[in-house]
Every structure is written in C-alpha cells, then in structure tokens.
Design a binder for this molecule. Sequence first.
Ligand code: F6R
Length: 609
Amino acid sequence: MCGIIGYSGVQNATSILIEGLKRLEYRGYDSAGIAILHGEELAVRRSVGKLENLENLVRKEPLGGTVGIGHTRWATHGRPSEQNAHPHRSGDLVLVHNGIIENYLLLKHRLETEGYRFDSETDTEVMAHLLASYMKGGQSVYDAVRSAVGDLQGSYAVAVLCMSEPKVIVTARSGCPLVIGKNGEGTYLASDVTPLLVHTREVVFLEDGEIGVLTPSSISVTGMDGRTINRVPVQIDWDADAAEKEGYPHYMLKEIHEQPQVIMDTLGGRYDFDTGEADLPDLAISPEDLIRARRIWIVACGTSWHAGLVGKYLFEEMIGNPVQVDIASEFRYREPMIQEDDLFIAISQSGETADTLAAAREAKRRGAGVLAIVNVVGSSLAREADGVIYTRCGPEISVASTKAFTGQIIAMYLLALHMGRVRKILNIEEGRWWLDQYMMLPGRVEHVLKQEPNILASAKQYCTKKNFLYLGRGINYPIALEGALKLKEISYIHAEGYAAGEMKHGPIALVDEEMPVVVLAPRDRLYDKTINNLMEVRARNAPIVALASEGDHDIHRVAEVVFPIPDVHPLLTPILFTVALQLFAYHIAVLRGLDVDRPRNLAKSVTVE
Ligand code: F6R
C-alpha cells in the first residue's frame, strides 16, 4: 500500500511533498522519493528506509522548483532498495504508482523488444516506459496516459510529470484511491485526504477510470474516453487522525473493511483462466519438488497458526496431501520428523516473528524446502525462505491481526490450486471452477460486512458477559479458535475455542446461562452433528449465537441470534465466518471502552522468544 503525492503551484514543491509524505507515513513504507521539475531539469531523489533519510538527502542536495511528485513505497514487486523506489523515470518523464500491474511481465517483454532498458525489479517501471513509448509516437502526456491504461491489467493510482509539459501533472486511477484538491497557491493530489487537509478542505475523489489534470491554477477530470466530468468537490471535516483511518474510528475496523480488496489484491495477476492454473512467480519451488513433497508442514504463531490449521483441512481435502501443523515455538524445540522431500510452509504477517523464523531455519537445516507466506516484503522470513507467496494486504497497523489472516488463507487457496494442477489431481475444468469460486469471495465478504448493524446489536446484548465458548467443526474449527483469540485479545474477556465434538469431553462443564456459545454452523456434511452439540448447549440454558448458511431456518430453533453467511463452497467458508467474528469481537471491545488498536500487553511484531 504505497502513498503518492503531487503538487503544481507557486510554492516550493519539495517541502510540500516531504510534509505530504510524512502524513502518508502511517500507511507503512520501506523507501521514499520525490521528483521536482525546475527549469530545464527534472531531478529525482530517492532513499531507502525512514523518511528522514530522504529529508537528509534533499537537505544535502536541495531541489528548487514548484512542481513535483512524491511516493512512499510498500514493496510488492522487488525488494526495498533505492533502485526500486519511486519515482521511476523514462527519458523526460517520471511517474509514481500505487497498486499492482498484473500483466507487467508481458508488457516488459514488449518494451524490451522496443529497446527500453529496465533498471528496477518493479512493475511500475513498465508503466513509465509504456508512457514514454506512446509519447515517442507524438502523444501528449494526457493522451499517453489514456493509451497506456488500455494496456494495463491490475490496479493503479498514478501521477506523471514530464519536461515537455512543465507544470502539468496527469493522474489516473483504477482500483486504488486518489484525491485531488486546489487552493490559491496551487493544486494537490494524494492517495488519501490526510496530506491535503493542511492545504484545502474541499477535495475531489477520483473514481475508477478517471483522469485528472493538474496545473498551478486548475484541476480538471475526464473519463478515459476524454469526456469532461464535472465533479462537485466534497467538504472534509475530519481531523488528521480520522483521515488516516479513512473515517473509521479504529485501524482494526478499517482493516476489517479492507478485506474484499485484500482478496482481490492477493489473487490479482496470479491465475490463468485459460489453463485453470494459479501463477505464483516467487514460489521458487519447482513443480517436481511440489510433486515429490510427501508431507506438508505448516508452522506459525497466533492468528497465522490458525490460518495454518485452515491450510491443513484445505490441502488434505483439495489435493490429498498429509499436512502437519505446528506452533512455531513448539516445533523449534522438539525433534520434528521432517524429511528432505517435505514442503515446509512458514506463515507470518510480519515475517519477523522470532519463533517462526527459528522454526524455518531449523526446517532448512534438516533439508526441507522452505516456503514463506508473508505480508511484509523484504522481511527476514521472506529473505531467508526458498520461495515466497506475498499476501498483498498492505500494512496491518492494528495489533489484532485481521486482514493478514484473510490474505494468508487466499495465498493457500492459490497454492492448493497450483499443487493440484501440477500433480494432475485437478484438471483444467476443475482448476477454472476453483478460480470462479475464489473470485466470488470479495463480493461475499462485502455481504458479510453489510451485516455489521446486526452484529453490533448482538455485541450490545453480550458485551457484559465474562466468558465465551466458540465452537466449530472441520475447516471451521480453526475459525472457532481465531474468533476466541480475537475476542480475548481486544476485549479481555475469557474465551475458549473448541472443536464442537470435543465439547462433551470437558468444556461442557462450564456451560450455563451466563456463558454465550458462538457456533459456526454452515450447512455442510457436519451440520447435523453441530446441531446435536447445540442441543446439548441449549439444554444447559446457554445463549447461542450461530453463524449459519443463508436460508437456514432450522437454526433459529436452537439459536438466540443468527448471523446468516452467504453460500460458498465449504472449504471457502472460513474467511466469511472470520470476518463476522472479527466484527463481533471489535464491537464488544469498543462497547467495553477499550483501546482496540493497542490492546494491553501485546506487540504487533514479536521479535523475541
Ligand atoms: C493476533 C495476532 C498474533 C499474531 C502472531 C504472529 O491477532 O496478531 O497472534 O498473529 O503474533 O505474528 P506474525 O503473523 O507477524 O508472525
């Protein structure tokens, strides 16, 4: 999740861009850069790491000029480095980009045959050369942007500056946010309103498929077809803190609501409908090794471990491969019977969790191929693993993990499909069928998010309770664990997650009218068994909150509250149930007046044992 900024006006652009980038820092970044146009010179300054590194560089090598663009990068393609930092240049033009160009390899080959040389590992540089190639044919920057976007697949918010049209910035979006605004001293663009608030409170939000043209005194918006769009500016009343959270009261809620986008981004460009295959370029584990792997090991901590448990059910059912899931801190100190041909998967949002890293090193030492499913590009785990699948969630700021979990599961859906295809367990038709199912998920998650008012109402009903029991079966047993973990870590309520069939073997002793039981009850082959468990709960007068398949009326006979969850294949239900449970935990914690984003005693990244 990068941040972009631009200014065209009469003031010194450098300080406006740097101040703007500071306000985008909260989005997370690993490098930053600016480009300023001054007279005959288009100068670029980029640096890795903290923004103050860029500030120091600019102090040492100052830039004059009143037009410029800037960027904070959160790496997706290519590690964090100066070469990969934006702005990217092609001849007389520079460009900053937020998003992912899915067909960049195809475009790169095309441009290489036209003679363009690539200096970075990014997908963005492709766009810079693409624009340059259109401009070589005599097009203006605006026309080149219109032509280039027709070639692009994926998501983008871009800003382009070119020496041939000084003072003009052309900007466009598809799938990534972009805001523009104006005051008496110039015009501004940014990834969100946060950097704009000090300059103006009247902004225009660009929509997908729109192009903005900024000059020092005007902003105009057109569609890709060139027709003018008259958009009435929106008045923003948020303070800077609210703006960073895009109007949500907490990062956790914002991140919960980002999950449809996370699913699209993590799937983006990683599938091929023609062949029914998943395309995982960073996997770096050969099809032969994937075929040879007799056993899959999944190792992680906390929420990532729960994602790993979902993976067990998934890989076993979808591709018939035995899977062993371990808590990283346990794995590293026992004698795991891991063998050379085994595939070892380490899952981590941060890529810096000490136990997960140590477990991955141990697996490597024992000869296993290590695959990391990681969110943070360039993190220790990503660097040390043989192959990586990045979950493209953007920075997760709230301590309680939400969207990273969803990204991890999507990554495993892709891997299961890939393994199924290379092992010829799934044919083309089946591969396509699975891809169709995956593609439905963002819409289904939106549907769950729309139920937030009902979930809030139930949170009000139960927020004073002291103990909760979460029950699930099969692939939703780990979701019972995750639901309980979310509740305990942010609301400080004692909550236990259990396999529903285990209830009779102990926890039922706890059940009484004071203990709400949250149950995951999709209409799958285990449904009747789950209902039997609920009857036992009911007999002890415990209130039941059921998450059930839409259209399941029978469940109302046993449950006090029902959240209907849209229909998907049973193996895809975990994401939908999790989103509902995240909202439930979130609202209970808010109702109890707690600091949801920074729960006591917890750290976002556990880099020590
Ligand atoms: C729970 C949570 C933690 C992390 C765990 C692993 O909400 O955030 O349980 O999942 O500390 O962290 P990563 O995924 O960074 O290895």
